[in-house]
Design a protein around this ligand. Structure first.
Ligand code: NAD
Ligand code: UDP
Ligand code: UDP
Length: 343
């Protein structure tokens, strides 16, 4: 058997994306919690290519091995199956803390677990950062602004969140996550960065994610009715994932410790967004209004002055370009799942 394994390995060398060589002084050991998820896996790609050592910790609630499988076996990469609600003892230089369900159906599926992940999980991450003196970037969210009464939303806005509504487990969970970060910064001198991420889309979004981008694209690709929740007058601003990843890396590298909005300020009503997707995908799908979501934020658009001035960052990918890449990703995913069903 050993002989067989050896000859198999010799005949099929793994091909990895090309990574830069960084010398010992510049190479960091970076932990990415939630690194097998949508955003996390793109962050893994960028930091691997830069030449760092990456450790992904994920419990695979919504993440998938497939998102990072192209790195499995690489000497700079490690994948650990672990739930961040439990303590974690490893040695690292930086942490990107992304572990948390992110789409409303996923975080509402088990609200208690969502709260535990964003409170106990964040405490463990901050405790780890304190012990090894690592810098931490917390993936917070525009949901900390709730259903905002200020438009667009600057970081100085304190938000308008219903503490007992269906979204509270996530919104309040992330608010506590931010509070914990600044408490550890003040009391324990942990270096923290807080990214308030606005709606992000792109390849590797989960098929059953339930968020508007994946729902509308899949409905259009399957010639099904496109479902607008409520009257469709509510707005969102959509950022492509590569822009977000650039922003997160720039924020980590900066000296700025206050929260920073990362999002694309181009705002759309959901009704308009349905039209855009229908047009880009083509096909006969109808657009229909259905029941409104409880506590659905009515307007959302980031004020990105802070990121522009301090990080020299702003989104680059136009909506149509990003959506075309995402549509082609979902088209392949559908073909793949059809092939599985045939077999
Ligand atoms: P995702 O669901 O694809 O990724 C989250 C990852 O965290 C998954 O791999 C999941 O398995 C993992 N995870 C969940 N609970 C865990 C736990 N207890 N222990 C270990 N791993 C756990 O979602 P995403 O869109 O990639 O979001 C990543 C982060 O960015 C989240 O923290 C989310 O709140 C934040 N965010 C995302 C958006 C967006 O539009 N995508 C917007 C705002 C904030
Ligand atoms: N922790 C961890 N990894 C570490 C250090 C700490 O997971 O390397 C956890 C630890 O188990 C604790 C939490 O982080 O539950 C907070 O740590 P802190 O040192 O702040 O608190 P304490 O251990 O004093 O309760
Ligand atoms: N939405 C919709 N149809 C869907 C999914 C979502 O009309 O199939 C709406 C939802 O009510 C919200 C917006 O699209 O107003 C964005 O929803 P999403 O779940 O993507 O993210 P949110 O910003 O609410 O976290």
């Amino acid at each position: 058997l050993e002989e067989q394994i050896r000859s198999l390995q010799a005949s099929t060398p793994r091909k990895y994306p090309k990574v830069k060589y960084l010398n010992y002084k510049n190479r960091k050991r970076i932990l990415i919690t939630g690194g097998a998820g949508f955003v996390g896996s793109h962050l893994v790609d960028d930091l691997m290519i830069q030449g760092h050592e990456i450790i992904v910790v994920d419990n695979f609630f919504t993440g998938r091995k497939r998102n990072v499988e192209h790195w499995l076996g690489h000497e700079n990469f490690e994948l650990i199956h672990h739930d961040i609600v439990n303590p974690l003892f490893i040695e690292i230089d930086e942490i990107y803390h992304l572990a948390s369900p992110a789409s409303p159906p996923h975080y509402m599926y088990n609200p208690v677990k969502t709260i535990k992940t964003n409170t106990m999980g964040t405490i463990n991450v901050l405790g780890l950062a304190k012990r090894v003196m690592a810098k931490v970037l917390i993936a917070s969210t525009s949901e900390v602004y709730g259903d905002p009464t200020v438009h667009p939303q600057p970081e100085t806005y304190w938000g308008h969140v219903n503490p007992i509504g269906p979204r509270a487990c996530y919104d309040e969970g992330k608010r506590v996550s931010e509070t914990l970060s600044y408490a550890y910064a003040k009391q324990e001198k942990v270096q923290v960065r807080v990214a308030r991420i606005f709606n992000t889309y792109g390849p590797r979004m989960h098929m059953n994610d339930g968020r508007v981008v994946s729902n509308f694209i899949l409905q259009a690709l399957r010639n099904e009715t496109i479902t607008v929740y409520g009257n469709g007058k509510q707005t969102r601003s959509f950022q492509y994932v590569s822009d977000l990843v650039d922003g997160m890396i720039a924020l980590m590298a900066s000296n700025y410790t206050q929260p920073v909005n990362l999002g694309n300020p181009v705002e759309q009503s959901i009704e308009e967004f349905a039209q855009i997707i229908k047009q880009l995908v083509g096909g006969p799908s109808e657009i229909k209004q259905t029941k409104a979501m409880e506590d659905d934020p009515q307007r959302r658009k980031p004020d990105i002055t802070r990121a522009k001035t301090l990080l020299k960052w702003e989104p680059k990918v136009p909506l149509e370009t990003g959506l075309m890449k995402t549509i082609s990703y979902f088209r392949n995913e559908l073909a793949r799942s059809d092939r599985f069903q045939e077999n």
